[in-house]
Unconditional design. Sequence first.
Length: 168
Amino acid sequence: AVLRKHKPVWMSLHFCHPKEVTPEVARAMDLLADSGVPLGSQTVLLKGINDDPEVMKRLMQELLKVRVRPYYIYQCDPAEGISHFRTRIAEGVRIIERLRGHTSGYAVPTFVVDGPGGGGKIPIGPETVIAYRDGAAVLRNYRGELYTYREPEEPVPVPLKRSSRGNR
């Protein structure tokens, strides 16, 4: 009742492995979601824990099943005592590449690096726009295949018509 009364309440949760999405977690997420609380996850990329694309895919799919939106995958910060959990940024990019086209788009979070010294969240991802040339964009899909997407030559403005009921 308190959560319904004091909207909006948003909740960000940390999940790092699919084994954390237990029946107890599912019940708790149901209670929160049924109370109108939007749920999102922030996952830290951890070497030896979730740096495998299949493990990360399972985690993201399990989160969706319990109504938690996979929102961010964070590059592990360079903090004291946790260097053994850090991966290279390229590992996170590889995971995002493997998620795209192999699971629902809802299960593909944004990979970010928390910029040192207050730089904020910096989105990192596989480059999909390879080039712009001759009025077209050359795009790369999740399989690495290239496609040419023709841009419109000149956008043509569409005149707005007034409805018989006034300005709608």
